[in-house]
Design a protein around this ligand. Structure first.
Ligand code: GDP
Ligand code: IMO
Ligand code: MG
Length: 430
């Protein structure tokens, strides 16, 4: 049963969208299994830029069925806008399948997300304020509304009425906000049903039909390993499980359905929002500025500047374990081209000089560790036009080999620019 997962190994924005797009050409289904429109996935094909939040990145191929799985949280307004945007660019979106079990993001989720952040003050998480956390919280509390509820207006209204009693009390009494009107909100959501109903489907069934027919199913991760609710730098994480294991619950397959796990590794690291980041290059650092500028490191949707840093081999090794990566795809190697010296963190040390070769489980330690770097020579020439491994300068090949040796995992792809075809494929040694 040929399932493949694309998963981010860092804090997001590694280039998952571009590799999902690259690999989707072989697939029949491309499935999002978690997250929501907190994601921003960029694909560039012949200078045309697509920025996707909810629609899976396989949508550009007419033979691929894009699927929004049960583990995703969906803001239907955003979904419809995204479908309109794609339709306006001649991409047929009628193939999209939307799980009836996916949970809906409601306006009060977004409001509560923003309010919680405000109340946290300087301890804020730096969320995308898309309502992701409150929507997943309601799912776990069992007061969430699901996509399938839209198909039964009476049920939808009853459930919303029930949940609004509590939400409105919280909004009014804790946060001093205006209550949400059940009639107005019911009308607004049911008004979207004619557009959404033809897309709603039993996506678990679709995935299994494809797997049974030996077709490739590509599962597209959003966010990344260190934003994972269980394995990330809690509480500075998102509220879902982006790790490869999240596919099982979020799309409805067992682990044996997955054959390939492609860990996407940006050649350096970025992080948006708050939280520990051992290899961070602080504002004012010339290398950090260069990475942000050359890598255009600003949020795809939020526009926020991403925090830059050197590649963290300690975290990468752990990510390879957490996801059981079968291979890696390195992105943005071209961004490093002007640097004379490259650093890769191979271990940490704390104030007492104690060395850590693994990510310390106690976060108070992670907050304080210093990275121990190994230096590698830069290559100093442009590599954007490289098509094969041999086209890369020796120092660039050494950097790639260093990552493969550090992790013990084959590097299958290296990208040298944002375009679909700026991808170097590295065959496994026979
Ligand atoms: P995702 O969230 O993991 O899909 O990544 P994003 O799309 O948020 O961020 C990756 C950014 O880097 C996008 O603007 C891509 O167009 C760009 N990008 C992806 N791969 C490369 C690459 O190899 N080189 C360069 N220079 N840019 C890239
Ligand atoms: P893609 O799929 C980078 C970060 C937010 C914040 C934390 C929690 O494009 O890689 P949330 O809104 O999810 O409750 O915010 O997670 N975050 C991302 N950072 N890329 C993303 O998605 C992200 N999605 C959420 O910045 O720190
Ligand atoms: Mg992104």
């Amino acid at each position: 049963m040929p399932g493949a997962v694309i998963v981010g190994t860092q804090w997001g924005d590694e280039g998952k969208g571009r590799f999902t797009d690259y690999l989707a050409k072989e697939a029949s289904l491309c499935v999002r299994y978690q997250g929501g429109h907190n994601a921003g996935h960029t694909i560039i094909v012949e200078s045309e830029v697509f920025k996707l939040q909810l629609v899976p990145s396989g949508v550009l191929y007419p033979w691929v069925t894009p699927v929004i799985g049960n583990g995703v949280v969906v803001d239907p307004t955003v979904l419809i806008k995204e479908l309109d945007m794609l339709e306006a660019r001649n991409i047929d979106t009628r193939r999209l399948r939307l799980s009836g079990n996916a949970h809906l993001i409601m306006p009060y989720h977004q409001e509560l997300d923003a309010l919680t952040e405000r109340y946290l003050g300087k301890n804020k998480l730096g969320t995308t304020k898309r309502g992701i956390g409150p929507a997943y919280a309601d799912k776990a509390l069992r007061v969430g509304l699901r996509v399938q509820d839209l198909l039964d207006p009476k049920i939808f209204r009853e459930k919303l009425d029930l949940v609004l009693r509590e939400k409105n009390a919280i909004l009014a009494k804790v946060y001093n906000r205006l209550p949400t009107d059940v009639n107005e909100l019911t009308e607004r959501y049911l008004g979207m049903v004619p557009r959404l109903a033809p897309l709603i489907d039993d996506t678990v069934h679709l995935v299994h039909e494809a797997l049974d027919a030996q077709q490739w199913v590509l599962f597209e991760g959003a966010q990344a390993t260190y934003l994972d609710l269980d394995h990330g730098t809690y509480p500075f994480v998102t509220s879902s499980n982006p790790v490869a294991g999240g596919v099982c619950a979020g799309a409805g397959v067992g682990p044996l359905a997955i054959q390939r796990v492609v860990g996407v590794v940006k050649a350096y690291v970025t992080r948006v929002g708050s939280g520990p980041f051992p290899t961070e290059l602080l504002p004012g650092d010339a290398v950090g500025d260069l990475l942000v500028e050359r890598g255009h490191e600003f949020g795809t949707n939020t526009g926020r500047k991403r925090r830059p840093g050197w590649l963290d081999g300690v975290m990468l090794r752990h990510a390879v374990r957490l996801n059981t990566c079968s291979e890696l795809a390195i992105t943005k190697l071209d961004v490093l081209s002007p640097l004379e010296e490259l650093k890769v963190c191979v271990a940490y040390e704390d104030d007492s000089g104690k060395r850590y070769d693994h990510v310390p489980y106690h976060q108070s330690i992670l907050h304080k560790v210093r990275p121990i770097y190994e230096s590698l020579p830069g290559w100093g020439v442009d590599i954007e036009r490289a098509e094969r491994l041999d086209d890369l300068p020796a120092a660039a090949r050494d950097y790639v080999r260093f990552i493969a040796e550090l992790t013990g995992v084959h590097v299958s792809f290296v990208s040298v620019g944002p375009e679909r075809d700026q991808t170097v494929v590295l065959p496994r040694a026979a």
